[in-house]
Design a protein around this ligand. Structure first.
Ligand SMILES: [Fe+2]
Length: 301
């Protein structure tokens, strides 16, 4: 499915972490990403898919959510969206132009005025040619979930063109392509990062990668389970800096015929939070998913 603005995916995310070297080692040696570029203060990591990088780690005094990069269909769409956001009074951080990060492309960045989150829109970034799926390794970003008081997701629907594709008692799911959702808002009084999901090729890879994490001494935050909405399998962990991260697979593919659900459509048997009911979120995970705020400082570009 296409959006009216041309936004068509979650490309990458920027995390600020106090111990850059330890975080980079974790994502490379255990989580399953690969560094494509490293500077003194940044490490850019790719999955097995075509996106040039999907996670950028920045040396930062405190763990912070720094920026969310969204892909957009073309330069023309980027310029049109930029003009529309300027008219709406958004704070443009970088005017449309060439992106200096690895993979380049054309885009702009802005801060939404209500919750202070920084987004960047990118067209025409370089893409990798070696994109064969590999067992147990993340392919791409699946979705990001943000804590937000904006239950109606007005900013994302009205300004960025996302569609509300499902709503549970606590979460509003937002769609911008054939994946059920690329972004979701967890209803909350605070505005902050909730979690970031990495897509694996299949359920076996979620299970094997989960076992690999456990073998490395990492504690499961929640899982393994199967969500609804989206029908995806999941397993959550707390990564370096306290960022909640998720392995996922079997993300439901949707088209115009998808029936948008509401809270009454998504109820589980008493005591369960997912379709399988194997586990509930750990106390550590329940606190971690509201601990990382957005940065008030900018990272350039
Ligand atoms: Fe998720």
């Amino acid at each position: 499915m296409k959006t009216r603005t041309g936004i068509n995916g979650l490309r990458s995310v920027d995390f600020g972490v106090p111990d850059l070297e330890a975080a980079a080692r974790f994502y490379e040696d255990i989580w399953g990403l690969k560094a494509v570029s490293t500077t003194a203060d940044r490490v850019y990591l790719r999955g097995t898919g075509p996106d040039f990088y999907i996670l950028a780690l920045h040396r930062h005094p405190e763990p912070r959510m720094l920026r969310i990069d969204l892909s957009i269909e073309s330069r023309r769409h980027a310029d049109t969206l930029h003009a529309q956001l300027v008219r709406a009074g958004l704070d443009v951080v970088m005017e449309p132009g060439t992106i200096a990060d690895p993979g380049g492309g054309y885009g702009f960045s802005f801060r939404d005025p209500v919750e202070g989150r920084v987004f960047r829109v990118i067209a025409d970034a370089a893409r990798h040619a070696d994109t064969a799926d590999q067992a147990d390794l993340p392919r791409k970003l699946s979705h990001i979930v943000l804590n937000s008081p904006d239950r109606e997701a007005r900013f994302f629907v009205e300004q960025l063109g996302f569609r509300v594709i499902d709503k549970t008692r606590t979460i509003t799911f937002l769609n911008c392509n054939d994946d059920h959702h690329s972004l979701a808002l967890y209803t909350s009084e605070v505005s902050s990062f909730n979690h970031l999901a990495f897509e694996m090729r299949d359920l076996n890879s979620v299970m094997s990668a989960t076992a690999n994490m456990v073998e490395h001494g990492e504690e499961i935050g929640w899982g393994v389970g199967r969500h609804g909405p989206c029908d995806n399998v999941f397993c959550y962990f707390i990564g370096p800096g306290g960022f909640t991260i998720e392995y996922t697979a079997e993300v439901e593919q949707v088209d115009e015929t998808y029936k948008v659900g509401g809270p009454e459509d998504w109820k589980f048997r008493r005591g369960r939070r997912d379709q399988w009911g194997l586990a509930l979120p750990s106390p550590r995970m329940r606190s971690a998913d509201t601990e990382v705020p957005f940065s008030s400082a900018l990272i350039g570009q």
